[in-house]
Design a protein around this ligand. Structure first.
Ligand code: CA
Length: 236
């Protein structure tokens, strides 16, 4: 089955170029020129990933991303001409999985899309198998690094954005070791241009809200003042 992308972009030239490029790469593509069309498309089609422009005529892309995130973990890559760091942080804070600043290299976009869709076809079967067997259990949680899922004690899947997942996976794989923000930045993002230390703090706080009994007094991901963060739970 071809993966189905939804391109949300009001600039018709960019929209059609991007659509042609992604179709040529083997994706099924649907198009929306504004927020209303985007929401209608998500409801009527089975979409695997959204490419979202922030500057849309009827609604700010950040607001739309938040609406999508409120009801699903559908991956979102924000494509933005906004170079302000606060806009990029805002996009990640509300749950976008990644972003690219315009103008971007379409080849890089394809790589990120494939990466996010978790395609194993770029890796060897052996590597895929090895990844699949990496399962971590702690405090009633099960983190499956191959399946990219976090399961609670009742067997219910908890949705994490890709960045949140990568952060938690990096911490779990190094229990009781202090990981610096720099190290964690490398683990969560391939975007050398973008992140700041604050991104890690934002992601940690989002993950804590999902997994800690009391996010204000965290016991699983603890803060090591002046150094970074540490996975402090017992792995079973
Ligand atoms: Ca636009």
């Amino acid at each position: 089955m071809d993966k189905h992308l939804l391109i949300v972009e009001d600039d018709e030239l960019v929209q059609s170029l991007l659509a042609a490029y992604m179709r040529n790469e083997g994706f099924k593509v649907s198009l929306a020129g504004n927020g209303k069309e985007m929401l209608a498309c998500i409801d009527s089609e089975s979409i695997d990933l959204i490419l979202l422009d922030l500057g849309l005529p009827d609604e700010d892309g950040l607001v739309l991303a938040r609406q999508v995130r409120a009801r699903s973990s559908l991956p979102i890559i924000v494509l933005t001409a906004r170079k302000e760091q606060k806009d990029r942080l805002a996009a990640l804070e509300i749950g976008a999985d990644d972003y690219l600043t315009k103008p971007f290299d379409p080849e890089e976009l394809v790589l990120r899309v494939r990466n996010m869709l978790g395609r194993t076809d770029t890796g060897t079967a052996e590597a895929a198998l090895r990844e699949r067997t990496e399962v971590f259990r702690f405090e009633g949680w099960t983190l499956d690094s191959g399946g990219h899922s976090l399961i609670d004690g009742k067997g219910k899947k908890v949705s994490l954005t890709r960045a949140e997942f990568n952060l938690l996976a990096a911490l779990v794989k190094a229990p009781n070791r202090v990981l610096s923000r720099d190290y964690l930045l490398d683990a969560v993002s391939q975007d050398a241009d973008a992140p700041t230390d604050r991104l890690i703090d934002v992601l940690v706080s989002r993950v804590r809200k999902k997994i800690e009994n009391d996010p204000k007094t965290p016991e699983i991901i603890t803060t090591v003042v002046g150094c970074g963060y540490k996975f402090s739970a017992q792995l079973k």
